[in-house]
Design a protein around this ligand. Structure first.
Ligand SMILES: Nc1ncnc2c1ncn2[C@@H]1O[C@H](COP(=O)(O)OP(=O)(O)OP(=O)(O)O)[C@@H](O)[C@H]1O
Length: 297
């Protein structure tokens, strides 16, 4: 049974409206006619080349930008702007430098539950801080934290408000490989434990393979589309360190790399026969007779 938290319905983004003097009469379509549902408790990763509009879509979902066409529904209601039902984690952490770790997270908690007593706010904040492994660092200020710790605070702050939807824009890309791996594991564990719904942009194919239930592949812009949605065939209890022992990992990785290297640009000249933007192809990887996994739509 599907239960969409977010329903993207035919959205497009255009800049420089036709006839607008600043645009010289030209209009650029960044993406168009995108349709996607994100179901409750699902982890969706979006992959596509730079400029196809991934951040613009995330900003639209956050209510920070508006589509030129189409609508976005949150639990069936048209999205009208930013709201505490959607938390955003960016690559930069945007912590308040004068507040401690506890102060930063508590600030978000008290915006969400304005009448909550101080003790409850602190309790919720401490729980979120502990969940990201920062217990003991509550009284440190951002300047005293490493990049990985700051990003943990960003995650704690987002999770503490118990959002319906977590929106992440390359949250781990600025971190060193070791910290990135640890935080990916923690993010996956926390999201699974709490049934968090996530929409995440990444350029890292392995990150998408480890984290996502479904991987949305976008074609190159301008005029980007959702080319296909790939179902992750790996076991739900996969471990990051064991991925490369699973033959399905290589099939999935090859499929995603083939898309990024060739199909993402070829799509514009020749969309596949019968392509319907409202129902982009769903790709599953099946065992062929030889035992190898093959992509099937
Ligand atoms: N205010 C604006 N006016 C005109 N064009 C814009 C504006 N904002 C964004 N764009 C264009 O929209 C396109 C999509 O930008 P966006 O940041 O959403 O892409 P992206 O897929 O997230 O890229 P990246 O992977 O590099 O972050 C880019 O070509 C960008 O130049």
């Amino acid at each position: 049974m599907t239960d969409p938290v977010i329903s993207i319905e035919g959205i497009a983004k255009r800049y420089g409206a036709k006839g607008h003097p600043a645009s010289g009469g030209a209009s650029t379509t960044i993406f168009e006619n995108l349709w996607l549902k994100v179901n409750r408790g699902e982890f969706v990763c979006v992959i596509g080349h730079s400029g196809c509009g991934k951040t613009t879509i995330l900003n639209i979902l956050a209510g920070l930008d508006r589509p030129s066409e189409g609508v976005v529904l949150v639990e069936g209601r048209e999205l009208a702007g930013p709201g505490l039902d959607r938390a955003v984690i960016f690559q930069g952490h945007a912590l308040l430098p004068w507040r401690t770790v506890l102060g930063n997270v508590a600030y978000a908690v008290s915006s969400r539950w304005r009448r909550a007593p101080k003790a409850e706010v602190e309790e919720r904040a401490r729980r979120a801080i502990a969940a990201v492994g920062l217990a003991g660092a509550e009284h440190k200020r951002p300047a005293e934290l490493s990049g990985g710790m700051k990003q943990r605070v960003g995650i704690a702050r987002a999770l503490a408000i118990e959002p319906k939807m977590l929106l992440m824009d390359e949250p781990f890309s600025a971190l060193d490989a070791l910290t990135r791996g640890t935080l990916q594991e923690e993010a996956r564990r926390i999201c699974r434990d709490t049934g968090q719904t996530v929409y995440m942009i990444t350029h890292d194919v392995d990150e998408a393979i480890y984290l996502a239930d479904r991987i949305v592949l976008m074609t190159n812009g301008p005029g980007a589309r959702i080319a296909e949605i790939v179902i992750n065939p790996l076991a739900a209890d996969r471990s990051r360190s064991g991925l490369h022992h699973d033959p399905a990992y290589y099939s999935l990785r090859n499929h995603l790399m083939d898309f990024l290297v060739a199909r993402s640009s070829a799509f514009r000249e020749a969309p596949p026969d019968g392509y319907d933007p409202r129902h982009p192809p769903i790709v599953t990887l099946h065992h062929s007779q030889s035992g190898a996994l093959r992509a099937m739509t």
